[in-house]
Design a protein around this ligand. Structure first.
Ligand code: FAD
Length: 415
């Protein structure tokens, strides 16, 4: 039997975009239901970076104290390693005005749990975990809801009817496919292999510095009990890496990070190493009558520069800022669709600018690394500029910490 339910806004996907949007809409008193297919937020492959513009947003929402109470570490700068083991400082967050002078590294499940707890304080907010959207409900070419089904267990299907559906279901968005929205893909030269290594008391403080050796690249970030490690290799290398076997993989990691040589045995087999297919794409049109895609569902981001979470959050803020006044005025039909189109207009430039910067990083860092050219040292022009013109280090830092066109919390969402 199919259960039929109703809400004003159905938000599909409880990642950074969906949870922030749910919280903001609820603070405006809009009936919103967030639907997340997993039972919890505890998944390794969520990125951990919380940028200065997101920290500022949390302060504006009155959530700064709760955020700062979460387990976290600070990233004060970012650098590239030189051929002699030295580091070249590229971006210096301390040049930005405190307290927004760093990037925080926070396990994403803690951040999402904190945001959902805050959202649950609003009577118009509901979240359903373990429920997946399987497609759109349409009437006369207008999306009027979503089909839902329990994700991990058997159960009855549900039809959730809504005035507006917002797809925040990430880079494999079921809804954008169901709605027939077309995307443009951009080449990404690498995939990422994720695994954990034990974290020990004397390990160095947080520093997101990639390590290069031969044609291998690795990056690690500390979580409270372990290091999350990302190994990067050219796309399509997975079968060869697995055929080489775990001993060879451990040797690669130990070569890249001699400080991890004493613990690579914690990678028991290649089953502990999960490959993530990295993609970069962007919808040509982010909406259809009744449906809007934001975050990775609208523009799948590469991990290069670690900025996709921030962009998804900013999309959510812009969506709430544009949608709430339209819903309050009781707009429907063409006028409501005008609001969906306005979100795309407002957020296209930041998405294009960041994806262009990511494409440059792919060429300048990853393709050169895979060709073995980074052994000779990092790219000269940006490095020389950062070295001899100190304000450039602040400019690079500002670009990462705030991104283009950062959003502020609407006044009605502030506490
Ligand atoms: C390997 C890798 C590493 C990255 N590291 C970083 C980083 O360190 N920092 C950074 O800023 N960015 C990073 N990114 C990019 C970042 O992960 C994304 O840009 C960001 O997560 C997008 O947020 P989102 O809310 O749009 O989507 P997501 O975070 O993908 O969230 C989508 C949510 O929707 C749920 N969902 C999916 N389908 C359905 C469905 N049918 N029904 C219901 N729920 C559904 C998913 O379970 C998920 O919770 C990385 C990307 C990759 C590939």
């Amino acid at each position: 039997m199919v259960t039929i339910s109703r809400t004003t806004v159905a938000v599909v996907g409880g990642g950074p975009a969906g949870v922030v949007l749910g919280l903001l809409l609820a603070r405006a008193g809009v009936a919103v239901r967030v639907v997340e297919k997993h039972d919890d937020f505890n998944r390794d492959f969520r990125g951990d970076t919380v940028h200065a513009s997101t920290i500022r947003l949390l302060d504006e929402l009155g959530l700064g104290d709760r955020f700062r109470a979460l387990p976290q570490s600070r990233l004060d700068d970012f650098s590239l390693p030189g051929p002699d083991g030295s580091r070249t400082l590229l971006g210096d967050f301390s040049r930005l005005r405190p307290p927004y002078d760093h990037v925080a590294m926070v396990p994403q499940w803690d951040l999402l749990d904190m945001l959902v707890t805050a959202a649950r304080e609003e009577p118009s907010f509901t979240i359903s975990m373990g429920l997946a959207a399987t497609g759109t409900i349409e009437e006369n070419g207008v999306v009027t809801g979503v089909h839902l089904r329990p994700y991990h267990r058997d159960g009855e299907p549900e039809e959730l009817r809504a005035d507006v559906v917002i797809a925040c279901d990430g880079r494999d968005s079921v809804l954008r496919a169901a709605a027939g929205l077309r995307s443009r893909s951009f080449p990404v030269p690498f995939d990422t292999w994720w695994f954990r290594l034990p974290r020990e008391a004397g390990d160095a403080a947080t520093a997101l510095v990639p390590a290069f050796s031969g044609t291998d690249v690795v990056l690690s970030f500390p979580r409270p009990d372990y290091h999350q490690v990302a190994y990067f290799a050219p796309k399509g290398s997975d079968a060869a890496l697995r055929a080489e076997g775990v001993s060879s993989f451990r040797e690669r990691i130990a070569r890249l990070r001699p400080d991890f040589a004493d613990r690579v045995d914690a990678i028991g087999s290649m089953d502990d190493v999960h490959v993530l297919d990295v993609r970069m794409d962007r919808l040509t049109r982010w909406w259809r009558p009744g449906l809007l895609c934001i975050g990775d569902a609208a523009h799948a981001m590469s991990p290069a520069g670690g900025v996709g979470i921030n962009l998804a959050v900013q999309d959510a803020v812009a969506t709430a800022a544009i949608l709430v006044p339209a819903l309050r005025r009781g707009l429907g039909g063409a006028e409501l669709n005008g609001a969906l189109a306005a979100v795309q207009r407002r957020r296209t430039a930041p998405a294009v600018l960041i994806q262009t910067a990511q494409a440059m990083l792919h060429r300048v860092v990853f393709e050169r690394a895979f060709a073995g050219e980074l052994q000779a040292g990092p790219p000269k022009v940006p490095v020389l500029l950062a070295k001899y013109v100190p304000p450039v280090r602040g400019l690079y830092a500002r670009g990462i910490a705030f991104g283009p066109l950062p959003e502020h919390a609407p006044t009605w969402a502030r506490r």
